[in-house]
Structure formats: structure tokens, C-alpha cells
Design a protein around this ligand. Structure first.
Ligand SMILES: Cc1cc2nc3c(=O)[nH]c(=O)nc-3n(C[C@H](O)[C@H](O)[C@H](O)COP(=O)(O)OP(=O)(O)OC[C@H]3O[C@@H](n4cnc5c(N)ncnc54)[C@H](O)[C@@H]3O)c2cc1C
Length: 487
């Protein structure tokens, strides 16, 4: 999409709090800005007990919970935590995410991570912009067994959901949305605690919680390396000088993780063993994927409400054997993969935001500028046709959406792990990495678990399955029946 794409409401596409239609320039290159205004930014101190790198959802959640936990336990002060970001809160994936919060994962151990995370979203829904509208996932019969397993695992993990199969699935869908077209919809899971959060508000809430608990928030300082000796990080090097580390570093660098991984002396290739015993040698530790998302205005007289007038749950539909045909009969894709949420706060008017399966790029990507700024990684032109066509395949009310697609820049990439499942683990004696494989906006509770570990000294059970060891021992994940890497 071109930089001068139509923007009928004249919204700033870059910085909502500054009246700029063009992005900022930092040292001669376009820089993805913080999505919130910055207050009380600290100077880089000489030393800190804890240094957290990256003010995305994981870095901010970790810094906030760490500071709060130190203060409450009497084991330290919030100001012993320093949070560093080269731009500011939300300048990475967190600021551009769709904001869907769900527990629809065929990787069972993620269910506990999401239970912990929804507890954090629920702890302050107003300041996080959390809308607990629920989440509905729809599949064909070929996924029925996966849904049954997933539903049981959610139940075992204390995450409330209902499963509907066959005729019951269709009846449930039309009871919610009478105009829903249920062809090929054979199985439905309804997660009650899930929903969505407006990403800018969530970023604001997290930054203010860090501020409230005394975290030294150093924004505008870029980490350029780690000062290491014998496997320990003694200091973090930045373009504003070095900060000594007294206890631990948490690296939450999102899409930039491969660079930090390299600085921490880790290998870019690894051998990966799977539960069935087969091994794949020399796999890339990191693979970039490009997301395909977009927004659409709701035409006058059209809403996305349920039959009883409530906000609709977030909706995810994967019909692996159902092709999507354009108006001229041409096949746009040989499958349906579509997710949507009500997104007035994002669209700037009543509207929807959603997407489809991301596109694999490979081990290299150009990270600067990030997100909507990078011309290379905008949603493809076919995406608008596909998104609106599927909307019309599923709902009578959405049959004429195409003319209302919001022609704005929509981009973003992420670094995925070898099995597309997060890695939360120590990467040096005193450096912990939160790498969510680019589907972890929802996983706001990981920072709480990491903070508990740092203050109490023991890794919480929910984090344990996500260690790097799994690739060596054969506990690698990947047992999922979906076209999408984040199911
Ligand atoms: C378009 C898009 C849509 C998405 N939709 C969803 C969704 O609906 N639901 C969901 O759960 N997930 C979604 N995701 C994934 C989710 O956004 C990410 O997994 C999550 O936000 C990553 O958070 P993070 O804290 O790890 O990284 P980020 O948010 O990327 O934050 C990393 C921060 O580190 C900083 N940084 C990096 N390197 C340095 C350095 N050298 N020095 C200083 N600072 C540095 C960056 O400036 C950045 O602010 C989406 C992602 C994209 C791209």
C-alpha cells in the first residue's frame, strides 16, 4: 500500500497524540514512534539491580510486576528496575497488534499461560481497554477431534469454554447471529473469559503502572550490545552509555530478538528433535513472518452485534477445505482463515479489524522502519478482497463490505521460533528471554510469572514447558492441525 493511501477521516497513521501525518525521523531513518505520549522519562542510570529491555507488552508487564512485587514483599524498591526502549512504549508489535485475546491453542501448555494472562487483563480492564466479550472459534469436521482435546485441556486449566458439534454448532451460531451462514461450520468453541483490548490503551495502562510503581523508564536509548563475561551479563551497552547489571536482565525485544540473541552469543541454527523421535538439523532459530491484517468501516445501518444486542465475541473461522472465490469466480485462496473483532477504537469509527494467516519470510528481514512504516511488509492488495469476501461468505450483513475497507497502511512482522511456540527461558546465567513467537499480545501474564520467578527464585510451573531444552530433548511442540502457525 502506498504512503499516500486514501485516509478519508484524515487520521494520523503514525502518532495519535501528535498532529503528524508523517512519521518521525531518527538519525536519518524513519522511526516507529511510541504509541503514547511520554511522561517522567528517566535518564540512563549507571547501574541497576534489574534491567528490562523492550517496552512492549512483555517488557512493561515484567517491569511493572517486578517493581510491584519488590515493593510489596519488602525485598526491594520499584526504582531498582530500569526499563529501556529505543523509542518508547508500543513502538514494536504491541502497538500495532489486533488485540485479540484468546486461548484457542492446540498446544495445551499455553492454556495455563492464558489463564494467568486473562487474570492480569481482568485486574484492570478499564485501564487496559479489555473488552471481555468472549471468543468464538469455528472449524470443519476435520478439526473436531482437536477441538474436543482443546476444550478438555481448557477445562482442566480452569478456563471456561463451551463446545458445540454438528447441528448444535450451527444452531449456536445462528442463535448469536441469525444471518450467519453455517455451511461447512461443523464445530464451535466458545471461550467465555477471552475478548480483545485496544492496543494503545493497553500500552498506556502498562506504562502508567510501571510509572506508578517507580520503574525508571528510559525511553529513547538504544541497546547496542551486552557486556558479558563467562556467561553472565555484567552490563547493557546503549547509545547513551553502559548500565551495569547487579542481578538480572530480561530481554523482551519482540521482532528484534534475533539481534539480541546474536549479541548474547547464541547460535542462529539448531538441531530440533520432535516427540516422534525425528530430528531436523540446522533449523533457523528465528523465522520472520509478515502479518496480513486490515480494517473496515461498518456501513450505515450495519452493526456487529449479537441477536440480543450485545457486543459480538471475537470471531475466528478456519475452514481448511472451503475455497474462497472472488466476485469473478476466481479462487482467492483454497481455504478460509479469518478473524475479526469489533474495533471502533482502532478504526476511529464503527468498524472491524481482522486478518488471515501470516506469510513466511525466512530468517532475514528488514526491521527498520517497523510496522506500518515499512513499505516491504504491508498487507498485500489481495487481502482486502479476501477479508471482505469471507466476511460476506459468513454473514448476510457483510455482503457489501468491500467498498468500506479502510485504505490505510497495515503492516507488521514478527520473529517466530522453530516450533512457532514461545520460548521463555534463561539465555545467559542472569539473562531471561521472553520470546512469544509473535502471537503474545494476549500473554500479558508472562511478565507476572517472570517477575515472580525473579523475586521468589523459582520458575513457575506455567513457564516450565517453554524452555529451549525442548528442542534437544524431543519435547518440541508442533502437534497442531491448522494452516496457521499460531493455532
Ligand atoms: C500486525 C500484528 C497483529 C498482531 N495481533 C495480535 C493479536 O491480535 N493478539 C495477540 O496475542 N498477538 C498479536 N500479535 C503479536 C503481538 O503483537 C506480539 O507477539 C507482542 O506484542 C510482542 O510483544 P513484545 O513485548 O515481545 O515485543 P514488542 O511489542 O515488539 O516490543 C519490543 C520493544 O523492544 C524495543 N527494542 C528492540 N530492540 C531494542 C534495542 N536494541 N534497544 C532498545 N529497545 C529495543 C522495541 O522498540 C519495542 O518497543 C500481532 C502482531 C502483529 C505484528
Amino acid at each position: 500500500m502506498k504512503r499516500d493511501a486514501a485516509n478519508p477521516k484524515g487520521h494520523s497513521q503514525w502518532t495519535p497524540f501528535q498532529d503528524e501525518l508523517e512519521p518521525a525521523n531518527k538519525s536519518g531513518r524513519l522511526a516507529n514512534p511510541s504509541v503514547i505520549p511520554l511522561f517522567d522519562v528517566a535518564a540512563l542510570p549507571d547501574r541497576a539491580r534489574f534491567v528490562v529491555v523492550g517496552a512492549g507488552v512483555h517488557g512493561m508487564s515484567t517491569a511493572w510486576h517486578l517493581a510491584m512485587s519488590l515493593e510489596r514483599s519488602g525485598k526491594g524498591k520499584g526504582s531498582e528496575v530500569v526499563l529501556i526502549d529505543k523509542q518508547g512504549p508500543g513502538a514494536g508489535a504491541t502497538g500495532v497488534a489486533c488485540g485479540c485475546i484468546r486461548n484457542f491453542y492446540m498446544t495445551g501448555p499455553l492454556h495455563a499461560i492464558l489463564r494467568e494472562s486473562v487474570a492480569v487483563w481482568e485486574s484492570d480492564p478499564v485501564n487496559f481497554g479489555f473488552q471481555q466479550v468472549g471468543y468464538i472459534s469455528v472449524g470443519e469436521a476435520n478439526q473436531e477431534a482437536d477441538y474436543v482435546k482443546l476444550h478438555k485441556s481448557q477445562k482442566d486449566n480452569g478456563y471456561a469454554s463451551d463446545l458445540y458439534v454438528g447441528r448444535e454448532a450451527k444452531a449456536f451460531l445462528t442463535s448469536l447471529w441469525p444471518d450467519f451462514k453455517t455451511a461447512n461450520c461443523d464445530v464451535v468453541l466458545h471461550e467465555k473469559p477471552s475478548g480483545y483490548a485496544g492496543t494503545h490503551l493497553a500500552v498506556w495502562g502498562l506504562d502508567q503502572k510501571c510509572r506508578q510503581w517507580g520503574v525508571q523508564r528510559v525511553y529513547g536509548a538504544e541497546v547496542t550490545g551486552y557486556d558479558m563475561a563467562n556467561g553472565t551479563v555484567n552490563g547493557v551497552i546503549t547509545d547513551r552509555g553502559r548500565i551495569g547489571v547487579d542481578e538480572a536482565v530480561v530481554v523482551s525485544a519482540g521482532g528484534w530478538m534475533p539481534i539480541h540473541w546474536d549479541w548474547l552469543g547464541r547460535a542462529s541454527k539448531l538441531d530440533v528433535t520432535y516427540p516422534d523421535g525425528h530430528r531436523e538439523d540446522d533449523m533457523d532459530m528465528w523465522t520472520f513472518w509478515r502479518l496480513l491484517e486490515g480494517e473496515v468501516y461498518l456501513p450505515d445501518g450495519v452493526d456487529f452485534r449479537t441477536a440480543d444486542g450485545r457486543d459480538s465475541p471475537v470471531l475466528h473461522v478456519e475452514l481448511m477445505n472451503t475455497p474462497v472465490l472472488g466476485g469473478d469466480g476466481r479462487e482467492l485462496q483454497d481455504h478460509v482463515y479469518w478473524y475479526t473483532r469489533y474495533a471502533a477504537e482502532r478504526v476511529g469509527a464503527p468498524g472491524l479489524q481482522g486478518g488471515t494467516i501470516p506469510v513466511k519470510l525466512g530468517p532475514e528481514a528488514v526491521l527498520e522502519p517497523y510496522g506500518h512504516l515499512n513499505d516491504r511488509y504491508q498487507a498485500d492488495d489481495w487481502f482486502a478482497d479476501y477479508y471482505c469476501t469471507v466476511a460476506g461468505m459468513l454473514f448476510e450483513r457483510f455482503e457489501t463490505l468491500r467498498g468500506h475497507f479502510k485504505e490505510r497502511r497495515n503492516g507488521g512482522i514478527g520473529a517466530f521460533t522453530p516450533d512457532n511456540v514461545p520460548v521463555f527461558d534463561w539465555v545467559a546465567d542472569n539473562a531471561f528471554m521472553t520470546a512469544d513467537s509473535n502471537h503474545g499480545f494476549k500473554m500479558i501474564g508472562v511478565g507476572k510469572l517472570v517477575a515472580n520467578m525473579l523475586v521468589q527464585g523459582e520458575m513457575p510451573a506455567a513457564l516450565r514447558p517453554f524452555g529451549l531444552e525442548r528442542y534437544r530433548t524431543g519435547a518440541t511442540f508442533g502437534d497442531r492441525n491448522s494452516n496457521c502457525p499460531w493455532v
